[in-house]
Design a protein. Structure first.
Length: 482
């Protein structure tokens, strides 16, 4: 594969949640990007809403690399948390074992979705020492305070004093401290100085994982984990911090307060980016709401490129309402695009035709794709450009094209469709997949001989979903890519 180099004639612009506006991207260091994406809390398998976030930022990372940036991409695992402890107790296993199990499984899911591995994938529990140091510093600077143990706890809690950093409160949401009241999204706790104060350290309760600290045995709060890991890997000021829109408050707001009060540097992050919700019947897909679809279950029927296509065929900041009908429609559309790419790639041409319309279409696709992606990573418009090129390509007998022109066509699809968007890549028909196709055709032939038309039709449909079209001929059943 020969990838097309970036023309780099357009300035990359992205939406910054902190300023509520689209801005020119200016990295802190030339040709380098530090990027942190909040990872999974590992107490269950990954659902499609998670996949939407990680595929979106995988493509953003790929685009930054296409533009020539060296990206230091950090994505963590939260491996100590109330939900992990609860699930471990339900399963009667140690919290560490449960977390490691789902780290392995969700990492495998990301690999199957063609999400490239991060530069660093830290675990929260590997940074307890750094968290304790940050909390101690915040106490010394009067940004945090120790309270008496919670009912049933064996040691004290530590809270962040939000009033002490009131000038930075609401960076991402525009909320004001005086508008925050107990009883809405914040748990009432009489030990807090203010309802918005959040926990940095939790005193241990019986039969919980614990670490020693100056305030007694306990474990970290959720928000402090990401501050410790981002500071360790990216420093007190880095380029991009990203995650799902549901993390904007309170998680990311809390990160800003504790990190900036600890380091004395503002801003901790130059650009905050958030992906939109994946909803079901207009309601956020969530484990807590029990309305989610696991990636592992969906990938029993749909391949990684189809899922990526479905999730990328919408702007990363826009909500997507999931339905099986929409996914099936996306599969049909993707198969058409993939079919054009496969025919171009598989064709060997010794022709001489060099039509100007096709050359113009290639140039237009490349220019417009770059423009779309540089406009806040508009993958939907980028995909539309690939479809336009496919439509025009299908007007020509590619076997008669000049070989250099055909190569230019293939390179365009591979650079933007495969390398940037992560499509096509798992759809190569290798010996294993070809054997599976032949086995299904043999099974269908047996069903036809037995006049089991229902099974025959079911196998035909299964092959179609794999992107394979079959035709019964006097010489036997033939197949081809759709």
């Amino acid at each position: 594969m020969v990838l097309i180099s970036c023309p780099c004639k357009h300035v990359l612009r992205l939406y910054n949640t902190a300023t509520r506006s689209v801005e020119d991207f200016r990295p802190i260091e030339p040709n380098k990007v530090g990027m942190y994406v909040c990872g999974l809390t590992v107490y269950n398998d990954m659902h499609l809403g998670h996949a939407r976030t990680y595929i979106a930022f995988d493509v953003i990372r790929r685009w930054l690399e296409y533009l020539g940036y060296d990206v230091n991409f950090v994505q963590n695992h939260t491996d100590i948390d109330d939900k992990i402890i609860q699930k471990a107790n339900e399963d009667n296993v140690p919290s560490k074992d449960l977390a490691n199990k789902y780290i392995d499984r969700t990492t495998e899911d990301l690999e199957n979705l063609q999400v490239r591995p991060p530069t660093h994938m830290p675990k929260a529990t590997d940074f307890i020492k750094e968290m304790i140091e940050i909390i101690s510093d915040l106490i010394d600077k009067n940004h945090a305070y120790v309270v008496e143990p919670a009912p049933g706890a064996l040691a004290s809690d530590v809270y962040f004093d939000v009033i002490s950093a009131s000038e930075s409160f609401g960076t991402l949401t525009g909320q004001k401290i005086e508008d925050m009241e107990a009883g809405s999204r914040i748990a009432i706790d009489v030990r807090k100085r203010h309802p918005s104060d959040f926990v940095l350290w939790k005193g241990a309760k019986p039969d919980e994982p614990t670490w020693d600290s100056p305030w007694g045995i306990g474990r970290p709060g959720w928000h402090i984990e990401c501050s410790a890991m981002s500071l360790s890997h990216l420093g007190k000021n880095f380029d991009i911090h990203a995650g799902g829109i549901d993390l904007r408050f309170p998680h990311h707001e809390s990160e800003i307060l504790q990190s900036e009060c600890h380091t004395g540097h503002s801003p901790m992050v130059n650009y905050w980016m958030h992906s939109g919700h994946l909803t079901i019947n207009k309601e956020k897909m969530s484990k807590s709401l029990d309305n989610f679809f696991l990636v592992r279950d969906i990938m029993k029927e749909y391949s990684a490129p189809i899922l990526r296509f479905y999730l990328l065929n919408g702007h990363y900041r826009s909500p997507i309402d999931f339905s099986d009908i929409n996914l099936k429609e996306s599969m049909s559309a993707y198969r058409r695009l993939e079919g054009t790419y496969n025919r171009l790639r598989d064709t060997k041409s010794n022709g001489k035709e060099n039509p100007s319309d096709l050359n113009k279409a290639i140039d237009s696709c490349r220019k417009n794709f770059v423009s779309a992606m540089n406009d806040d990573f508009n993958t939907r418009e980028g995909i539309a450009e690939l479809f336009q090129l496919a439509r025009i390509s299908n007007n020509f007998d590619v076997s008669k094209l000049d070989s250099d022109l055909l190569k230019s066509l293939v390179d365009t699809f591979e650079t933007y469709g495969s390398n940037v968007l992560g499509l096509f890549s798992s759809e190569i028909i290798d010996d294993g997949l070809e054997g599976k196709i032949e086995s299904l055709i043999s099974e269908r032939n047996s069903a036809r001989e037995a006049k089991d038309w229902s099974k025959s039709d079911s196998i035909r449909e299964k092959l179609h979903n794999m992107g394979i079209e079959i035709q019964d001929t006097p010489d036997g059943t033939k197949w081809r890519r759709i």
